[in-house]
Design a protein around this ligand. Structure first.
Ligand code: HEM
Length: 231
């Protein structure tokens, strides 16, 4: 069986100084984004009625079902995004494959049975009207399709495909982080309200998807070059 291009042993991942610097910047941005999500989300548990997002939602935030969905979504979403970071670690994938498999099962279970159902429910009432709702549904639908494709390719032992599908799935999950950066950026240049929200949401989905395809393309290209060299 050919080595998986996403593993360390295959020695095919981009390793130039520039690539490493780029990956480091992405990792720092991701980490800071997760910290920001966690610190903002703390408001929902410590002062629900005064949290800015809850105040913006108006009467819908008083409904128990919406509140339960929000709590479920926030807790499971943060859990899932933490697992994403661990699953991307080459060290864990290659040195602790059993842990990788176990975390993968947790990731899929929590995503499919908590993050997505609660996210789809919240999407019905999402900010930004129809365009906002469609954006969240698309985000969730793509995360669902990519994760299922990743699981199926793993079962067929197509590890390179598995890696590519999971990169796409993680990109859709990480849209929750990119969204915050874009939203803050649009806010600074005066694009606020629904327009800022919708643009950030669709921008995050698009940018993350493009980033995932670029990463996959780069890994495939490096694999082909390494195979050609070995001949
Ligand atoms: C796993 C990564 C995710 C995390 C960490 C996350 C986190 C959050 C948080 C903290 C909120 C509360 C609003 C805020 O503080 O800005 C929220 C809202 C929401 N999320 Fe997620 N989320 C994730 C993935 C998803 C996915 C994949 C979907 C797609 C179904 C989704 C749909 C929604 C919706 C619809 C809302 C409510 C937005 C509104 O009412 O305007 N989330 N999410």
């Amino acid at each position: 069986m050919p080595p998986c291009p996403y593993d360390e042993d295959s020695n095919t991942e981009p390793n130039s100084a520039l690539s490493k610097f780029f990956v480091l910047c992405l990792a720092v941005a991701f980490f800071l984004g997760v910290i920001s999500v966690i610190s903002h989300s703390a408001d929902y548990f410590t002062g629900y009625a005064t949290a800015p997002f809850v105040l913006d939602k108006g009467v819908i935030a008083l409904q128990p079902a919406w509140r339960i969905a929000l709590f479920t979504h926030v807790i499971s979403g943060i859990f899932c995004i933490g697992i994403c970071a661990l699953q991307l670690s080459k060290r864990i994938r290659t040195r602790a494959p059993r842990l990788h498999r176990r975390l993968g099962k947790w990731f899929a279970g929590v995503l499919l049975f908590a993050v997505l159902p609660s996210g789809f429910y919240l999407a019905i009432f999402a900010t930004g009207g129809v365009i906002g709702r469609v954006g969240f549904f698309l985000n969730g639908f793509l995360a669902l399709c990519f994760t299922i494709s990743g699981l199926l390719s793993y079962r067929k032992r197509h590890f390179a495909d598995h890696g590519a599908w999971m990169i796409r799935a993680f990109a859709m999950i990480a849209a929750a982080i990119s969204f915050r950066y874009l939203h803050a950026g649009f806010d600074m240049i005066g694009i606020v309200g629904s327009l800022g929200y919708i643009t950030s949401l669709w921008g995050a989905i698009l940018l993350n998807y493009i980033a995932a395809e670029l990463v996959i393309w780069r890994i495939k290209r490096t694999t082909i070059q390494a195979e050609a060299k070995a001949l």
